[in-house]
Design a protein around this ligand. Structure first.
Ligand code: NI
Length: 182
């Protein structure tokens, strides 16, 4: 079982590197990391279990956050209270996005960032991703609102970009009036 201390902190230079494409068939290491990530993220959002196993609540995990510089991430999205959809995106691409932009009003979180961060992270309100599943089959998935933000946040990890990198340094609230808060 994954532990919170297994997740790299933003100070680790690996988090700032570009991850490599995955080749199929998927290795046993990657299969295990994916399944462990699903378990961690799901348990972390279940009341009682998060405390029991000392998990930080999170919706997404990119391989690089566990020290594996491969292009995949896992998202566990609570679409209704205590009901979850799981997404595994391998070698993902954003194939289309909305014009409209949004930001998370309370700020984005990241399992690799353990401090308060102030400012706006601009995201597309809707994105369509194309990716491969664990068996190497291509699929597309559309995310909107919170799910779109998570897809973009995790996709950024594959390119070594942290959400803090997307906040304007001089004016953390730049263009706030041009975006919708969610
Ligand atoms: Ni993150």
């Amino acid at each position: 079982m994954l532990k919170t201390k297994d997740i790299l902190d933003e100070k680790d230079e690996r988090l700032h590197k570009v991850s490599e494409e995955v080749t199929f068939p998927l290795s046993d290491i990657d299969k295990k990391l994916i399944n462990d990530s699903i378990e961690y993220l799901t348990n972390s959002q279940i009341e009682g279990l998060a405390e029991k196993y000392d998990l930080r609540p999170g919706m997404g995990m990119a391989a690089v956050q566990l020290g594996r510089l491969k292009r995949y991430f896992v998202v566990v999205h609570e679409y209704e209270p205590q009901k979850f959809n799981t997404y595994v995106l391998i070698n993902p691409e954003i194939i289309s996005n909305s014009e409209e932009r949004i930001y998370v009003d309370e700020g984005e979180g990241c399992l690799s960032i353990n401090r308060e961060v102030v400012g706006i992270v601009p995201r597309y309100a809707r994105v369509t991703m194309r990716a491969y599943d664990m068996d190497g089959n291509m699929f597309t998935v559309r995310g909107r609102e919170e799910l779109a933000v998570v897809f973009q946040h995790e996709f950024d990890h594959l390119n070594g970009i942290m959400f803090t990198d997307r906040i304007d340094k001089k004016n953390p609230f730049k263009d706030q009036d041009k975006m919708r808060a969610i």
